[in-house]
Ligand binder design. Structure first.
Ligand code: HEC
Length: 295
């Protein structure tokens, strides 16, 4: 008993340190120790310090013990063994109380009077540890009912929905900050001056050869009018830039050359030119685009 006490103390200390860290360090659901692996180092230090303290205390104890005279030593040892005996007895009493059964000598008193081909049955009480566990579960059931059905505790389903809503927000936030994840279904029309300026740069570099500097059209169609072959909403325009036009027409797929964010920028720039009526435009291609069509 005495020899495992220091070990128990060390384990308890490290456990408390761990629990404190998990409790005090906000991590948004993750284990702190997983999120910040440096905490493992902190735990290791706590462990080492605990071991060092135990060793020092034990060493001090044995030095003090050696400095005692014969009588005092005996006195000390007796007291220690008394302490241990007391604890042992308490433990034994408790466990026998929790596991008490009818002693085998008096079993006859609880023998039921039926007999199945020689198999008989004792009417034993449930072992007390079992019974107490049963009572505890009854109490827990009331606590559970009160918490979830009377005081409106959050059910698993609601917990799930809250988590999902949080995750949804996180995904949206992530997508916002990671523009290169944009695709035709998530792209939005950019109206920011800075974005349109970059879009214009890209247009001048890559697109004017066919669509003309004012986008009035050349080899490629006029991009400033309301007539579109594929569609005049940002999502369709993005898709055309990304995937290209019909085979053999000259409009290649740009997704190898341009990042999704850049395709959104040049697409938005093109759409910002709607209705600019450049001189001498190319005749309309495609159909009159009515925004409602997209709905
Ligand atoms: C080699 C010439 C060429 C270049 C360079 C070119 N395009 Fe095109 N573009 C075309 C042609 C031709 C079409 C018509 C495709 C079809 O009919 O299928 C087209 C169609 C389009 C359309 C669809 C128009 C509609 O009516 O639906 C968009 C949008 C577009 N281009 C944007 C761009 C952008 C942005 C760039 C620069 C990144 C670019 N194009 C570069 C030739 C080009």
């Amino acid at each position: 008993m005495k020899s495992i006490l220091p070990v128990l103390r060390i384990v308890a200390l490290v456990t408390i340190a761990f629990a404190l860290m998990e409790f005090l360090i906000p991590t948004g659901g993750e284990l702190a120790i997983v999120k910040y692996p440096i905490l493992l180092l902190v735990l290791a230090v706590v462990l080492l310090v605990a071991i060092a303290i135990e060793i020092s205390v034990a060493a001090l104890g044995s030095i003090l013990f050696k400095s005692l005279n014969e009588e005092a030593r005996e006195n000390y040892l007796r007291k220690e063994s008394e302490k241990e005996a007391k604890f042992g007895k308490w433990f034994k009493d408790l466990s026998s109380k929790l596991t008490s059964v009818k002693p085998i000598e008096t079993e006859g008193e609880i023998l039921l009077d039926h007999d199945y081909d020689g198999i008989q049955e004792l009417d034993n009480d449930l072992p007390p540890w079992w019974k107490y566990g049963f009572y505890a579960s009854i109490i827990a059931a009331f606590a559970y009912m009160a918490y979830f059905h009377v005081f409106g505790g959050i059910s698993q389903k609601e917990e799930f929905q809250i988590e999902m809503a949080k995750a949804q927000l996180a995904v949206e936030e992530y997508k916002k900050n990671a523009p290169d994840l944009i695709d035709a279904s998530s792209v939005t029309l950019l109206i920011d001056e800075a974005d349109l300026k970059i879009g214009k740069q890209i247009f001048i570099e890559k697109c004017v050869a066919c669509h003309r500097a004012d986008a009035g059209g050349g080899i490629g169609p006029n991009l400033t009018d309301e007539y579109w072959i594929f569609g005049g909403d940002i999502s369709t325009v993005f898709n055309t830039i990304s995937e290209g036009g019909r085979p053999g027409k000259g409009m290649i797929s740009w997704k190898q050359d341009l990042k999704p964010a850049e395709m959104a920028q040049v697409g938005s720039y093109i759409l910002s030119l709607q209705g600019t009526n450049p001189p001498d435009p190319k005749a309309p291609d495609g159909d009159l685009w009515v925004a409602e069509k997209a709905l």
